[in-house]
Design a protein around this ligand. Structure first.
Ligand SMILES: *Cc1c(COP(=O)(O)O)cnc(C)c1O
Length: 403
């Protein structure tokens, strides 16, 4: 693989006439991947430090994933939730064993997982509290998905604009214990929070915040849901990010990394909540099919191998240092994040999109988050050699960008 420092000329690509133009796409078309590297349709190599938005946790063409997909394709892809499913049972066991006692509902995406969370808040109010808990809380700066329920839980105006009326949700400032104390009353069914707010800028809550949230929820009989769609599955060097906080949520939504590139979503919930979803109350056709769950099990087994998460922590430290060294002069604040979800806020006069494009010309894929933040979320399997390449390419891109 060509790992010399490249300098690509990236020409514009017109939007395809058959596709809805709802994405602002970069002018690149990838055709192949291997490890942490992508190849585009012109044969150019890119080191991927974004992993398809924190999805490809095991990189590209991971042998275990390839094998699981081939095996399921050659035996059974889908049989529906009319029937029992050994792959689903196996993945549910892995998820529960590594999180908290409970049961798993499988779906197909993050937004769909958060729809289930929303519906559980409602059902909890109706079935446990006789409908006396109509209020639902979420955080300022939150992102929980694009369907109507998940969008209602999402704070950022740009996502909501033109889609109102949405469901009533009260937003509390993220990380603010006193504000939550004021908002939390007996009429609250639940609160949903990201353990790190990824989309809006890789914001880590202050120490003790989640412990206080847990306490307030318990005091008022409210459910605590953590949205681990982006932070889960080893991304923060723990299997789930809530482990950093020393709390246990009542329910947790998962998606992105869980399928290693195959679409899947899940909600892990305590038994008392699982008991509310009796047959017929909720469901999905594709959710938890044989293919998605077989791959999910490979992902979970791989990240739980001895040393894997320690490796994520070490690589995260290294990457953090690189961001500080290379971008410190252009930063408006310190590096944020945990493990291999990292962000660095850049000064306002330097819109981060320019750096992303400069990185692409140097064969490096990076992402952005709100608040002019450069976001890195590489495959967890990124090697030390790759990280050295990342540093070289980022350094070159920054030099190009500022000159
Ligand atoms: C990406 C994301 C979602 C939405 O997931 P989709 O699969 O795009 O529907 C929800 N919550 C968080 C925290 C996310 O990062």
């Amino acid at each position: 693989m060509n790992k010399d420092l490249p300098c690509y000329e990236i020409a514009p690509i017109a939007g395809n006439q058959h596709l809805v133009q709802n994405y602002g796409r970069f002018p690149l078309r990838f055709v192949e991947g291997l490890g942490a590297w992508l190849t585009d349709d012109q044969g150019r190599k890119f080191l991927d430090a974004f992993a398809g938005i924190a999805v490809n946790v095991l990189g590209y063409r991971h042998p275990g994933i390839v094998q699981a997909i081939c095996r399921q394709a050659d035996t059974l892809l889908h049989s529906s939730n009319y029937f029992h499913n050994a792959q689903q049972e196996r993945l549910a066991e892995l998820l529960v064993q590594s999180s908290f006692a409970g049961q798993v509902f499988f779906c197909n995406s993050g937004t769909e997982a958060n729809e289930a969370v929303f519906k559980l808040f409602r059902r909890y109010s109706h079935k446990v509290y006789g409908g006396t808990k109509p209020r639902i809380l979420a955080a300022v700066g939150s992102f929980h998905g694009r369907t109507m329920g998940a969008l209602s839980l999402t704070h950022t105006a740009a996502y909501r604009d033109g889609f109102e009326p949405l469901f009533p949700v009260d937003f509390v400032p993220y990380g603010d214990k006193a504000a939550l104390e004021k908002a939390m009353r007996p009429d609250v069914a639940g609160i949903i929070l990201e353990p790190i707010q990824c989309e809006s800028g890789v914001t880590v809550p202050p120490p003790g915040y989640f412990a206080a949230v847990r306490e307030l929820c318990d005091l008022h009989g409210a459910l605590l849901a953590v949205d681990e769609v982006q932070t889960g599955i080893g991304r923060t060097a723990k299997t789930f990010c809530f482990e950093h906080e020393g709390i246990v949520p009542d329910l947790m939504s998962l998606a992105k990394g869980l399928g290693g590139g195959v679409p899947i979503g899940a909600v892990v919930m305590k038994p008392s909540l699982a008991a509310l979803l009796i047959p017929g109350t909720h469901g999905t056709t594709f959710g938890g099919n044989h293919l998605a769950c077989a791959v999910g099990a490979v992902v979970m087994e791989t990240i739980q191998r001895p040393g894997f998460l320690t490796g994520v922590a070490m690589k995260g430290q290294k990457l953090r240092g690189i961001l500080e060294t290379v971008l410190g002069n252009l930063a408006s604040g310190p590096v944020r994040g945990r493990g291999l979800i990292l962000g660095i806020p850049l000064i306002e006069s330097r819109p981060v999109k320019g750096l992303i494009e400069a990185c692409q010309r140097r064969g490096l894929i990076v992402g952005l988050a709100g608040g002019n933040v450069l976001r890195l979320a590489p495959p967890l399997t990124i090697t030390d050699e790759d990280i050295t390449q990342l540093q070289v390419r980022l350094q070159a891109a920054v030099s190009d960008w500022v000159s």
